[in-house]
Write a protein that binds this ligand. Structure first.
Ligand SMILES: Cc1cc2nc3c(=O)[nH]c(=O)nc-3n(C[C@H](O)[C@H](O)[C@H](O)COP(=O)(O)O)c2cc1C
Length: 153
């Protein structure tokens, strides 16, 4: 069974819907399970125990949500030299009003510090959450689960 950790923060529910769509894509894959966690509850242990991480953040003030930054702040020291986290596959989902690049760039910079490995193009939702963007999130979840299962990431 492969385990995909999906870390999210959401104030008004938009990013939550995207994160849930990623989780559905994971659980729609045989022998894969999604571990959907609010960023404030996610720990270094969760990262160590999973096979891949999907970070789902709204863009606030041109940056990631404070709760996502807090997740990085709390886990960095423990994970930066951790062999189990080295090259851990990751992907990013951003929910924004009209941009999203600030949040994405800052998350990707931090992931480099963790030496995670980006294995999927990010999904950026700009404006309302549509069926199309939910389908992209579902697909991202399915692809990352399949890729980990097949050992291609
Ligand atoms: C405090 C605050 C700051 C925001 N800053 C940005 C921003 O810099 N760029 C942007 O595109 N959208 C911005 N937005 C819009 C949110 O990214 C957008 O409404 C998103 O869907 C919120 O996701 P959530 O429902 O998961 O919290 C901001 C919203 C809030 C509440």
């Amino acid at each position: 069974m492969v385990k995909i950790l999906i870390v999210f923060h959401s104030q008004t529910g938009n990013t939550r819907r995207l994160a849930e769509a990623v989780a559905s894509g994971v659980s729609g894959t045989e022998k894969a399970e999604g571990d959907l966690k609010r960023a404030i509850d996610a720990t270094a242990q969760d990262v160590r125990r999973c096979d891949a991480v999907v970070l789902c953040s709204p863009e606030y003030f041109g940056y990631m949500a404070g709760a996502i930054k807090d997740f990085f702040d709390r886990t960095y020291e423990e994970l930066k030299d951790d062999a189990q986290s080295l090259k851990k596959p990751y992907a990013v989902v951003i929910c924004a009003g009209n941009d999203g690049t600030g949040a994405l760039n800052h998350i990707e910079r931090l992931c480099k510090g963790y030496r995670f490995k980006r294995v999927q193009h990010p999904v950026i939702c700009k404006g309302p959450v549509t069926k199309e963007v939910l389908a992209k999130c579902y697909e991202l979840g399915r692809t990352i689960a399949e890729g980990v299962k097949l050992g291609i990431f």
